[in-house]
Design a protein around this ligand. Structure first.
Ligand code: M6R
Length: 613
């Protein structure tokens, strides 16, 4: 995914565009660029690599103008070079784009046949040429954009500037989010903005309209006209955004990821408070559900990456507490395997961003198959949220680090409450049991704060891990998804090869990898499968493997295997271990990557949200 910003301002905008792009850099950071209009003339600066490269470029060659658009890119079509960086432009129009124009090849061929010259390998450049061609046929910029949008297939958000039009900016949304910001205060009065999200607009305004899918909008300093996909004028609500500029500060932390790990006691507490009646100690879901738990025969869960692992933990919970059969799929697989779905069943989608293309496509597939659609999302204005029958928000706040941390534990908090609600409604959980489990959930923020005190120990341990080439993670039961999550976290930010396995699978293959150079991180709270996991640890120890055991005081006392480093968490109910054990798992990855010196918040080749399939 890429980040878009547009400012129709009353003062020079280059600096403000770069500031906004800094807030959007988590969406992509292969290259960045801005275009402005100065006395009707379009000009742009672009640079390969992170935003600092663009800043340097602008220092050397400043860009005047009170109107501008900016972009930070995560490459889909074309390498991350300066010539592929946005904005793309002709003499008449400049455009920034998030998403994919699926039919760009055929469009490009027809434009080239008509004499257009292309300077990039991107799909985006066709948009600039199409608008230019429409304008050459005598259309106004507004009509040219309307005509162009009808020729584009795919998922995108776009923002345009036009030569000679100092009081005009046009934006469009189809599949990728775009918001309009209304200028405020002495400095911002009479200004208008476009942004990929409210965070980008936070320094300028908190008064925002989100475009619906298919909408496009024409902004001047004194007017906003929004049209739907059929070009009918429509109105979209003006809302107050709660995103503030400080949300994207690192505070006292070196990285966003560190800040976000440390925020977990607070945001998980906040999320739980949204779903639990703290006085009665029972689940109190916000709002009515549009389905009856007792009539659901099968639950399908789909998500990607870390959100998928949250779903995998939830499978154990739904099956245990609600006796509800669960199918869980990686979203990119689900709809292609043609899973038979019975109308009236429930499908749950989990996503931090709410924009992940694979998850969204699966949601649409489930809708076609008449499932009730429930989403657990962090960005409540996202497409996944909008297309769901019911949204259960995680209240994690903006997650900027590419590696998901606080969103994961907040997802677990919501899913645990849902599983308990299902258990009660289906008659498999007594009031007393619910109370016990809810009580355990209420203790999670405190337990997380205690888990964070392991940080100095983990920092020390990470110095050794930073020197290895491979790491194995093992876990059983709900610790198995956590092993997968640990391995994902480590590889994505430290670039160390890591694998997560169900501990019982060790002997069926991965044991061949064990030697004295291989650290094996075992996640094993003292629960009903602990003894079994200890046997697997013995198998590792017998082959010289180095064990790092994450457990509790009872587990530490029982597993007396030589050469084991033990990280001891407090005692807790086994249901909540995935939430609390996530903290050492995240800290191990974070400190290992920090020791290596990788770009923790913006690891190579990744993007915060992947809006392409
Ligand atoms: O925004 P989503 O939760 O839908 O994103 C899903 C995955 O792309 C995401 O969890 C990814 O795996 C993270 N980089 C993991 O840290």
């Amino acid at each position: 995914m890429c980040g878009i910003v547009g400012i129709l301002g009353n003062r020079p905008v280059a600096g403000a565009l770069v500031d906004a792009l800094r807030r959007l850099e988590y969406r992509g950071y292969d290259s960045a660029g801005i275009a402005t209009l100065d006395h009707g003339r379009l000009d742009r600066r672009r640079a390969e690599g992170k935003l600092v490269a663009l800043e340097k470029r602008l220092d050397a060659e400043p860009l005047p103008g009170n109107v501008g658009i900016g972009h930070t890119r995560w490459a889909t079509h074309g390498r991350p070079t300066e010539s592929n960086a946005h904005p793309h432009a002709t003499a008449k129009v400049a455009v920034v784009h998030n998403g994919i124009i699926e039919n760009f090849r055929e469009l490009r061929e027809s434009l080239v046949a008509g004499g257009a010259r292309f300077f990039s390998e991107t799909d985006t450049e066709v948009v600039a040429h199409l608008v230019t061609r429409e304008m050459a046929h005598g259309k106004s910029p507004v009509d040219a954009v309307a005509a162009t949008l009808k020729q584009l297939r795919g998922a995108f958000a776009l923002a345009f500037l036009f030569a000679g039009e100092d009081n005009l900016m046009i934006g469009a949304r189809k599949g990728s989010p775009l918001a309009i910001g209304y200028g405020q205060g002495t400095a911002g009065k009479g200004e208008m903005y476009f942004g990929s999200d409210a965070i980008a607009l936070a320094p300028f305004t908190d008064t925002i309209s989100y475009l619906d899918d298919g909408d496009w909008a024409v902004l001047t300093r004194s007017s906003v006209q929004i049209f739907d996909e059929q070009d009918r004028p429509v109105e979209r609500p003006v809302v107050k955004s709660s995103a503030t500029a400080h949300m994207v500060d690192k505070g006292n932390h070196k990285h966003f990821m560190a800040k976000e790990i440390h925020e977990q006691p607070e945001v998980v507490g906040h999320t739980l408070a949204h779903y639990i009646d703290m006085i009665q100690e029972k689940v109190a879901l916000p709002g009515e559900l549009p389905f009856d738990w007792s009539k659901i025969k099968r639950l399908s869960i789909s998500a990607c990456g870390t959100a998928f692992y949250a779903g995998l933990v939830a499978k154990y919970w739904f099956e245990r507490f609600a006796k509800l059969p669960v199918e869980i799929d990686i979203a990119s697989e689900f709809r292609y395997r043609g899973a038979p779905l019975e109308a009236g069943d429930l499908a749950i989608f989990i996503s931090q961003s709410g924009e992940t293309a694979d998850t969204l496509a699966t949601l649409r597939y489930a809708r076609e198959h008449k499932q009730h659609i429930l989403s657990v999302v962090n960005v409540v204005t996202s497409t996944i949220a909008r297309e769901s029958d019911v949204v259960m928000p995680t209240l994690a706040g903006p997650e900027i680090g590419v590696a998901s941390t606080k969103a994961f534990t907040c997802q677990l908090a919501v899913l645990a409450c849902l599983a308990l609600a299902a258990g009660r409604a289906r008659g498999h959980l007594s009031e007393e049991d619910e109370q016990k489990l809810v009580h355990a959930l209420i203790e999670v923020p405190r337990l997380m704060a205690q888990a964070l005190t392991l940080e100095p120990e983990i920092e020390q341990l990470a110095l050794d891990l930073a020197k290895v080439g491979d790491v194995l993670y093992l876990g059983r039961g709900t610790s198995y998804p956590l092993a997968l999550e640990g391995a994902l976290k480590l590889k994505e930010i430290s670039y160390i090869h890591a694998e997560g396995y169900a501990a019982g699978e060790l002997k069926h293959g991965p044991i061949a990898l064990i030697d004295e150079t291989m650290p094996v991180i075992v996640i094993a709270p003292y629960d009903r499968v602990f003894e079994k996991t200890v046997s697997n640890m013995q198998e590792v120890a017998a082959r010289g493997g180095r064990i790092i055991l994450v457990t509790d005081p009872k587990g530490a006392a029982e597993a007396t295997i030589a050469s084991t480093v033990t990280l001891t968490l407090p005692d807790m109910a086994s249901t909540v271990t995935p939430l609390v054990y996530a903290i050492p798992v995240q800290l191990i990855a974070y400190h290992t990557a920090a020791a290596i010196g990788t770009d923790v918040d913006q690891p190579r080749n990744l993007a915060k949200s992947v809006t392409v399939e």
